[in-house]
Design a protein around this ligand. Structure first.
Ligand SMILES: [Zn+2]
Length: 356
């Protein structure tokens, strides 16, 4: 029987790791770590896998590649951009097209969430669509509508949340107007989107970390195909002309998003006991990180910038692809009854194993 096994990623926020088993082949989809420190997927009982397919390069989807030895060190499949981000070699998947992984037909499309990121549609059972992380509101990253699939694994990390990116921008507006704040951001996710928004809406360039500058530059060259049309020129200008972060001055954007590493970690350590600048986190606040500590103490505030789909986006997508079975991934299981109501008549499952 063909089945989908959630090794990790269903029932709460955690690393992505799914296994697809057919009569002949076993494919692993994503092998992530975190987002909270120390959280690894338990692959001890998985056994040998024929191929490892990655959706995008974020750590909670591709940060546990060192565990590949425990599953037989399978060949790696990802887009050329993701392979380059990870510094790995493997078989390159198209950003939007078709291919084969160990004899199984695969269709990919851009996920509207990260450079080089894709959803994965596998020709198994009556179609399996693995969205990994995705977004339909991104002002920068293009999203391709996937083909029909009987079963869809959705990015449900926002639970019942329904505010739009415009709502987020409105809430962030006063911080931008006050004019001095540190925003720890993922350089390969929200970072370019927020820097682009500030540059376009405020008529002044933000201060950016070198990690973000490198990501912006890649978006105008190697990662350009992940962009919506007409964005590359402005991003190139930001990469070229935005000043570096030198002391508490202006609106500052740098990684990592949870301030557990990178320049943001050093700046947060320097400013945690100061009154200024404001520190604003905009993504998930993993337990055990500065993001969680500073927002809990009141030194930093939390104002979300949407990087994942809202419930209504997911409901619309499940209908577009005509899914009869919905697996909400990365969200809290407490939402199960509300998800069932929202996705009806499709059935909603949080089971570890599902027949396809
Ligand atoms: Zn992601």
């Amino acid at each position: 029987m063909t089945r989908l096994i959630a090794v990790s990623g269903v029932g709460g926020k955690g690393p992505a790791c799914f296994l697809v088993e057919t009569a002949r082949k076993r494919l692993m989809l994503d092998l992530g770590y975190g987002p909270q420190p120390g959280l690894w997927p338990d692959v001890a009982g998985v056994g040998r896998v024929d191929a490892l397919v990655l959706s995008h390069s974020h750590r909670d989807h591709a940060g546990a590649l060192e565990l590949a030895l425990k599953i037989g060190n399978p060949p790696l499949y990802a887009t050329a951009s993701v392979l380059a981000h990870l510094g790995r070699t493997g078989s390159a998947l198209p950003l939007n097209g078709t291919g084969q992984v160990r004899g199984i037909k695969l269709h990919t499309g851009r996920n509207g969430h990260a450079p080089g990121g894709v959803w994965l549609h596998l020709d198994v059972g009556d179609g399996l669509l693995y969205m990994a992380d995705h977004g339909v509101e991104s002002p920068l990253y293009a999203f391709d509508t996937p083909p029909p699939a009987g079963t869809i694994v959705l990015d449900a990390s926002y639970g019942m949340y329904s505010d739009s990116l415009d709502d987020c921008k409105a809430r962030l507006g006063p911080v931008f107007t006050r004019g001095m704040a540190l925003f720890p951001v993922p350089p390969h996710g929200r970072g370019p989107e927020m820097a682009h928004h500030v540059a376009c809406s405020r008529g002044a360039l933000p201060n950016i970390g070198e990690d973000l500058r490198a990501s912006l530059a890649r978006l105008t060259t190697d990662d350009r195909e992940s962009l919506r049309r007409g964005r590359a020129q402005e991003l190139a200008r930001i990469a070229r002309e935005a000043p570096p972060i030198a002391g508490a001055r202006g609106l500052m954007f740098t990684g990592a998003g949870d301030a557990a590493g990178g320049e943001a970690a050093a700046l947060v350590a320097r400013w945690e006991c100061e009154q200024q600048p404001e520190i604003v986190f905009t993504g998930y606040l993993p337990p055990g990180t500065p993001a969680q500590r500073l927002t809990a103490s009141g030194r930093a505030c939390y104002l979300r910038w949407n990087a994942h789909p809202r419930l209504a986006d997911n409901v619309a997508l499940a209908r577009v692809v005509k899914a009869h079975t919905v697996v909400p991934a990365f969200g809290e299981a407490t939402h199960l009854e509300a998800w069932r109501a929202a996705f009806a008549p499709a059935r909603v499952l949080l089971d570890r194993e599902i027949g396809l």
